[in-house]
Design a protein around this ligand. Structure first.
Ligand code: GTP
Ligand code: MG
Length: 635
């Protein structure tokens, strides 16, 4: 094959091709040289790859949506040139029309330009490259069933008797404390339950490196222990189990270990992989061992942070204090937070006026993994919210303004998470490989039965995974876990209160509750089979060619047509073709023979058709078809 022919196939100038081939070390002299078929194929691939690479590298940053006018400037074209080129492809745009990201990218690609979204100020702060990473303290969260001794363990470690001070001995807030040990520092977070912990993760602010699951040796694994285990797993944190209250007469360590094994937490001394340690918050037995274990795990994780970048942190708790304004406990993740920094937190901002450490002492700065209380924000942020340091006041205020706008938009249209209806189509597109379900049932027996039945449902493309299961009503913790893990929530004979329903709605989480087990199984089975994602089958009905275009004062633009195949029926869907390109999809809105509105017009007859599109041209073709929803079953 001659090079000039090859160049033509590749849609490029033959001289350019010769040059490129020389660069690629292909021995060709000029455009009249010839190569064998095999080499031609190789050249084609090489050149296509090269062109692709060149376009990929030719990055232009713009804001979307972009007007045709701005786009043409970016592409070094006159707007009229770009419009004409698009028109040639049958695409009509006007000079001030705003086009979306995808369309603009496709257009630009033809001009060998790789359009990318300009990063926002916020993205610029977040995506700064790490320069100088250094070791940081591990962040450890204690989780477990109520009253199993989380606060007491922490209290023993800090020797500050926090548990006694709390109302009724129940933790009311999340506290963060850093303890300095000979072998290193550890930052501890105490949780009252698991909800706040999930909220933190669900906002992408997961700070926990290691979760210590606390189980009381007298009571053993309880529902909230199981929830804690599932939440810890979802966060991807390391898990250590502390078996507490071993000083009690009725402590039964073996029972706890046996229960843990059922949840795939087989203790190391039982041949498994889970580190467990027996402790007593009362006598202090085993506490040193627990600390050693934490340090050991942390060393393996090689935890590091960048100490030089603008600080990023996460809010642990926040409140309004009389006289002082908003107070927020913040755990610094990266960078060093300093007094005087301009911060953004949720939709609030402010300059840090003062900082205190966990003992209440004033401090000037906070390094990664160090918890501090800050003053200066102009509002009380939510726990779990990210704290960002902006370069200056203006930038902080701009980012907040943008966030407020986005928040308003989100209120109107919550971002949709996974929906059962989408399962089949998404699986077919290869977008999902797993259907994750959070399963709740009224009693333990039915929970197991439903789970067993669900596990039997499967398809080649999708695997069913139970993210969490439990007995009792669907609660906000389930919704938050669903948000983090992209699961859907399925309930059997359980209640969902209005507040939880509303939370799920704003977060775009799908919840389904059933009273009859077969209905539940049928729905999930149907989703796997694509029954909930019905396909639309089209059947060709007729074709008409546009002979003239005229405007009627009442019905707008009307196409004077000749039906050259089948028939045209009023009110059925249609497509308008120009050449081979579909330029409009719509419906046969009006159908007339002379001045009469008719129901259908047969092949060989003339008629007037209105499709609600005013840029029709002589020679365009209207294809009309019927649509039928079909359901399909897999074997
Ligand atoms: P919540 O924050 O409400 O979820 O509870 P918690 O897990 O923080 O439990 P907390 O530390 O408040 O302890 C609950 C009760 O158990 C308190 O009365 C403690 O004194 C007691 N307790 C905690 N650890 C031990 C222990 O090792 N031995 C004995 N005997 N009692 C303990
Ligand atoms: Mg507590």
């Amino acid at each position: 094959m001659r090079i000039h022919k090859l160049a033509k196939d590749l849609g490029m100038d033959s001289k350019d091709l010769v040059e490129k081939l020389k660069d690629l070390n292909f021995p060709v002299k000029n455009h009249m040289s010839s190569v064998d078929e095999e080499t031609a194929e190789i050249i084609k691939h090489e050149i296509e790859d090269l062109n692709k690479k060149q376009i990929e590298e030719n990055v232009l940053l713009v804001d979307f949506p972009i007007t045709i006018k701005d786009l043409s400037v970016k592409l070094n074209l006159k707007p009229s040139e770009l419009l004409a080129a698009l028109l040639k492809e049958g695409k009509f745009f006007t000079i001030n029309q705003r086009i979306d990201e995808e369309t603009a990218k496709v257009i630009a690609y033809k001009y060998k330009v790789n359009l990318r979204k300009k990063p926002t100020q916020e993205e610029k702060i977040l995506t700064q490259e790490s320069k100088n990473t250094k070791k940081r303290a591990p962040i450890v969260t204690l989780m477990g069933h109520i009253d199993h001794g989380k606060t007491s363990i922490l209290d023993y470690i800090r020797k500050s008797r926090i548990a006694e001070k709390e109302t009724g001995g129940i933790t009311q807030h999340i506290g963060a404390y850093q303890v300095q040990l000979k072998k290193g520092s550890i930052t501890f977070l105490d949780t009252p339950g698991h909800e706040t912990f999930t909220a933190m993760r669900s906002r992408g602010a997961d700070v926990t490196d290691i979760v210590v699951i606390v189980v009381a040796a007298d009571e053993g694994v309880k529902p909230q222990t199981v929830e804690a285990i599932d939440h810890a797993r979802a966060s991807g944190a390391e898990i250590i189990v502390a078996i507490n209250k071993i000083d009690k007469a009725n402590a039964n360590i073996d029972m706890v270990k046996q229960q843990l094994s059922k949840f795939e937490l087989v203790p190391e001394d039982w041949g498994g992989k889970t580190s467990t340690v027996n402790v007593s918050a009362q006598t202090g037995q085993g506490i040193d061992e627990l600390l050693d274990l934490i340090i050991l795990h942390a060393d393996v994780l090689e935890l590091k942070a960048d100490y030089e970048r603008p600080a990023i942190g996460v809010v642990i708790e926040a409140k309004l204090s009389k006289g002082k304004g908003a107070m927020a406990s913040v755990l610094v993740k990266e960078g060093i937070l300093k007094i005087g920094d301009w911060c953004i937190c949720g939709t609030f901002s402010g300059k840090i006026k003062a900082m205190h450490d966990d003992s209440g002492a004033r401090c000037q700065q906070a390094v990664p993994a160090f918890p501090v209380e800050i003053l200066g924000l102009n509002g009380v942020p939510n726990p779990g919210e990210q704290l960002l340091v902006a370069p200056n006041e203006k930038s902080a205020k701009d980012i907040v303004a943008k966030r407020k706008y986005e928040e308003e938009k989100r209120k109107i249209m919550p971002t949709a998470h996974f929906k059962l209806e989408d399962l089949f189509s998404k699986a077919k597109e290869g977008q999902i490989k797993q259907l994750k379900i959070i399963l709740k049932a009224d009693v333990g027996g039915t929970l197991e039965a439903v789970e067993e039945s669900l596990k039997k449902i499967s398809s080649k493309e999708v695997e069913l995974v139970i993210t969490h299961k439990g007995v009792g009503a669907i609660n906000s913790s389930d919704v938050l876990l669903a948000e983090v893990t992209d699961s859907l929530i399925v309930g059997f004979k359980v209640a969902i209160d209005a507040q939880v329903r509303e939370l799920a709605r704003t977060k775009g989480i799908e919840m389904r509750s059933y009273q009859i087990v077969y209905e539940l199984i049928d729905d999930v089975t149907a989703a796997f089979e694509g029954l909930l994602a019905p396909q639309i089958k089209r059947t060709f009905v007729g074709r008409a060619t546009i002979k003239t275009v005229f405007k009627l004062s009442k019905s707008g633009i009307i196409a004077g047509c000749l039906v050259d195949k089948g028939k045209i029926i009023r009110n059925i869907p249609c497509q308008l073709f120009r050449g081979t390109e579909v330029i409009h999809k719509g419906k046969i809105n009006t159908l007339k023979r002379f001045k009469e509105e008719v129901k259908e017009v047969l092949e060989g007859f003339e008629c007037g058709i209105g499709i609600g599109y005013d840029k029709i041209q002589e020679g365009d073709v209207i294809d009309a078809f019927s649509e039928e929803v079909i359901t399909r079953r897999l074997k």
